[in-house]
Ligand binder design. Structure first.
Ligand code: BGC
Length: 894
């Protein structure tokens, strides 16, 4: 065997030591290489990677270079932090920056990241004027998509060009016929009367010397379209569609030019005669259509009108990931019905649209309808879309089509009006916010694996610029309660810090002056909706959950006034700590048998729920005030909390600890929110477990479901929690999967046991709320949990709850400090062996859950980690590294 000379060996050792540390995952305000940001002094984030044990960052240095070659450096800063790192750097508007970070660890290694980018936006320097079409439109109907154009000439090669653009309505911008972005449904959905996002695009390569054209199509979208099941007349923002665009161009000779929307623009109607979020699109292709988006052709165009009263005050930067086509699916089956009807099954309920091409001209109108399900006899089922037409109608000389101003929730597509052989191609495009995935999960039960995937699909399907309830029927709104119950699961699955930061700013903008929170955000109801418990509490719970996950204090501070206003509303509407009398949705869609002769309906009193959430929200406010150093306010919230807590116990708890509503949800909320005295907690947990056994299944609705298994495991009722997870009978998480579900259903029995559908007036097959069990899969089955004392996952807890029936489970959460991995496998007789990884610059506490003992835990190099006893509990401290462990279930088999 060839031996390497000693010098070579030494240099290999040295170079591995030098490369023992690397830096990945660079973020600016939680975003990947963002364009057009409005942050003056953005914060930076990165992740350290090293194969070594116990790696912590001791120093970092951030270096920034602007597009003029000016350099800035933070100098070496001693700190362990590598997320939300603020600096003294102050950016300038309209400037591109590249940046990198170097870090030294506690073991003498140095690493420098690759380059990352960010670019600042206009920062208010709008020279463009808002424009609109000059003709009258029908505010109660869906009007044709509008086209806008500006032709201009460039004398020289372009070295740099940026387009800053926004609209009231959805825009698609083209430079010389080429789309400026592969994102879609821009400018996204915000509380338009208060906040309108604009986007920045690099359009340098799309411009040329000579004639150029900037063209835009503008559809009604969320701004003026029919949003909300009451119809178009109910929309608060029903004004005209308007466009604002500003292109900043630098020529080769250094001269700068600006093309802005103003009254020199021209406009006309598009061949898209209708485009509506709910209803789809209607397009006509004439035989002699010109290429409208080129500089030349402008027959029958009119001059635009300017709309100066809109101003620029409500314009905000794009600070969250945009929406884009994220995946493509091909049909798994095609069924032909007669000569000219084909039904395509894409095998997965998704949100998006189909892109279709035809072999030759359309014979007549082609209809493309969308459905989530087929009936038991195989018919195309659209009744659950309610009034949403969700169809694409094409006629004329159409070569093919991809919608752009609508979206549909579907698995099946029916194309009618054209023979199958004239469909040259068809594929489904999956559309959602561009959020990085952060979880993986696999276990010994294939149905639970499918459940995890269905949760992901429902998150994809409903994280479309805002968190929506469902993507298919005439709703698709930012229902606050749904987002609240799902927010932790969402944070495990995807990097959602910027997504929720944006949505919470809309929540604050749409909050009523009395602090009450609308049902949906952005708010589309024309009247003040009553603040429903668990829904309105999104104002406090979602920012808190995001803080616990991401540790972004600034985001918490931004949300704090809104959190406080909501708490203030409830304090103002309570008497001696008792908050009552408001209208609530309650434990929405909880188990409700048709025949209740056994007295088994699981209805939890709504005032009880409201008091539970009231108390919990006050607790969060006290915590948030403490984190933000607002001691006086913390004191006030503590007092209000004590009153509410006392009132809860006086009003809803007997002296022996029975709750007025004997439901799973009631006990779950009381325990999860710590509403009972310590002495009464064990008996309440026992009552909960007994209730679960009595029913043999889950009976909770939207509010109890996310917390039920978590509470059961917290009190050691692991078998009961697993029984609920693994139950395949209605009602359960797996029941829909046994019937072929590919997403989470709105109701436990969207399809009933006899194969018929639930009432179509409310039966979405893509509603993530019940998918909130995902938080338990990560937080308990894998046991990867945030440490509430140290938000942001730099310090976290590992406390897996293994289970013999599940056999094995493993997965990961890619948190703000990197990939946390954990897996376990049943070795028989209640012994579970597993492994876990603590990322660099982080550390964990391993705590066996109640009823389990940690036999041993060792680093992968074989060194044992000491197990200490603290207050009667075992605990092992894990610096970064890879470990194996053995957990023993103490009562196994008993
Ligand atoms: C929505 C929900 C929402 C609920 C309020 C429904 O129509 O789809 O998910 O939370 O109304 O009760």
């Amino acid at each position: 065997m060839n031996r390497l000379p000693a010098t070579v060996l030494l240099s290999i050792v040295m170079s591995t030591a030098l490369h023992a540390l690397s830096i990945k995952h660079l973020r600016v305000e939680g975003l990947v290489d963002p364009m057009g940001i409005e942050y003056r002094s953005p914060r930076f984030g990165w992740i350290l990677e090293s194969a070594n044990i116990g790696v912590m960052q001791v120093e970092y240095q951030i270096e920034i270079t602007d597009d003029q070659g000016n350099n800035w450096s933070s100098g070496w800063v001693m700190s362990e932090r590598s997320q939300w790192v603020g600096t003294a750097f102050v950016a300038r508007p309209g400037t591109a920056y590249q940046w990198k970070v170097s870090a030294k660890d506690n073991q003498g290694h140095l690493a420098t990241s690759g380059l990352a980018y960010f670019e600042t936006g206009l920062w208010g320097q709008w020279k463009a004027e808002w424009i609109t079409v000059p003709w009258a439109e029908n505010p109660r109907a869906t009007n044709p998509v509008q086209r806008y154009k500006k032709a201009f000439s460039l004398p020289q090669q372009v070295v740099r060009a940026r387009l800053y653009i926004t609209s009231l309505g959805l825009y698609k911008a083209l430079v010389n016929g080429q789309p400026v972005t592969n994102t879609c449904l821009n400018p996204g959905w915000t509380s338009y009367p208060n906040r309108i996002q604009y986007q920045a695009y690099d359009v340098t390569s799309l411009l040329g010397v000579g004639a150029n054209a900037l063209c835009v199509e503008l559809a009604e979208g969320w701004h003026r379209g029919r949003i909300n099941y009451r119809g178009k007349e109910a929309i608060p923002y029903k004004e005209k569609c308007c466009l604002l665009a500003q292109m900043e161009i630098t020529l080769a000779n250094g001269k700068t030019l600006r093309v802005t929307t103003d009254k020199s623009w021209i406009c006309t109607v598009s061949n898209i005669l209708e485009a509506s979020i709910y209803d789809g699109e209607v397009a006509f292709f004439s035989a002699n259509a010109d290429d409208w988006a080129q500089p030349g052709s402008a027959k029958d165009w009119q001059q635009v009108q300017t709309v100066n009263e809109l101003g620029y005050n409500n314009i905000i930067g794009q600070h969250a990931p945009q929406v884009a086509v994220m995946d493509t699916l091909y049909a798994k089956h095609v069924t032909r019905q007669g000569d000219s009807v084909s039904v395509f099954d894409f095998g997965q309920v998704i949100t998006g649209w189909v892109s279709i091409a035809f072999t030759n001209n359309l014979p007549k109108t082609v209809r493309i309808e969308h459905a989530e399900a087929l009936t038991a006899d195989g018919s195309f089922y659209t009744a659950n879309l309610r009034s949403a037409r969700a169809e694409i109608c094409l006629s004329g000389n159409c070569p093919g089509y991809t919608p752009q101003f609508t979206y549909m929730g579907f698995r099946y597509v029916r194309v009618s009006g054209i023979p199958f052989h004239q469909i040259a191609s068809i594929h489904a495009q999956v559309v959602h916010s561009k959020l990085a995935r952060s979880s993986s999960f696999v276990c010994g039960d294939t149905l639970v694996n499918k459940l995890y995937n269905n949760i992901l699909w429902s998150q994809k399907g409903n994280f479309l610029d805002i968190p929506t309830d469902c993507p298919q029927r005439d709703e698709r709104m930012g229902w606050t309660g749904d987002a609240q119950v799902f927010s932790i699961t969402a944070a495990y699955n995807m990097e959602v810090s910027a997504f929720f930061r944006k949505w919470l700013a809309d929540l604050a903008a749409d909050q009523y002056p009395d602090g009450s929170v609308p049902w949906v955000v952005p708010n589309v109801f024309p009247y003040q909706t009553p603040p429903s418990a668990g829904w309105a509490d999104a104002a406090a719970i979602v920012p808190w959950n995001m803080y616990v996950f991401y540790g972004d204090r600034t985001a918490l501070m931004e949300a704090y006034p809104s959190m406080k206003a909501w708490a203030g509303y409830m304090i103002g509407h309570s008497t001696r700590g008792l908050y009552q009398g408001v209208k609530h949705f309650g434990d929405w869609l909880s188990y409700n048998p048709d025949d209740d002769r056994d007295g088994k309906a699981a209805v939890t009193e709504k005032d009880f729920i409201a008091q539970a959430y009231y108390t919990h929200t006050l607790f969060i406010l006290s915590q948030a005030a403490q984190e933000l150093g607002m001691d006086d306010e913390k004191g006030e919230f503590d007092m209000a909390y004590a009153d509410a807590w006392k009132a809860f116990n006086l009003e809803y708890v007997t002296r022996s600890g029975r709750l007025v509503s004997g439901t799973q949800t009631a006990y779950t909320l009381a325990l999860a929110f710590h509403l009972l005295p310590d002495s009464l907690r064990p008996q309440a947990a026992l009552r909960l477990a007994q209730n679960v056994r009595r029913y043999g299944h889950i009976s909770t609705g939207f509010l109890g479901t996310p917390l039920l298994c978590q509470v059961l495991t917290q009190f050691g009722y692991h078998a009961d929690a697993y029984q609920l997870l693994l139950n395949q009978q209605y009602p359960s998480w797996l029941y829909p999967i046994t019937l072929g579900a590919t997403t989470i259903w709105e109701r436990w029995d969207g399809v009933k046991e006899d194969g018929s559908f639930q009432n179509p007036s409310m039966n979405s097959f893509n509603h993530y709320a019940y998918g909130a069990i995902g938080a338990w899969l990560f937080g308990s089955v894998l046991g990867i949990k945030p440490d509430f004392e140290a938000p942001g996952f730099q310090y976290f807890v590992l406390s897996p709850v293994p289970n013999g029936d599940l056999g094995h489970a493993s997965g990961s959460y890619y948190g703000p400090y990197g990939s946390i991995e954990l897996g376990w496998k049943h070795q028989g007789n209640g012994l579970f062996e597993g492994s876990c990884t603590v990322p660099s610059n982080a550390s964990a506490r391993f705590e066996p859950p109640l009823g389990f003992e940690l036999d041993w835990i060792r680093h992968e190099n074989g060194v044992q980690v000491p197990i200490v006893q603290l207050a009667g509990k075992q605990l092992a401290k894990l610096p970064s590294g890879k470990y194996t462990f053995a957990l023993r279930e103490m009562d196994y088999g008993k």
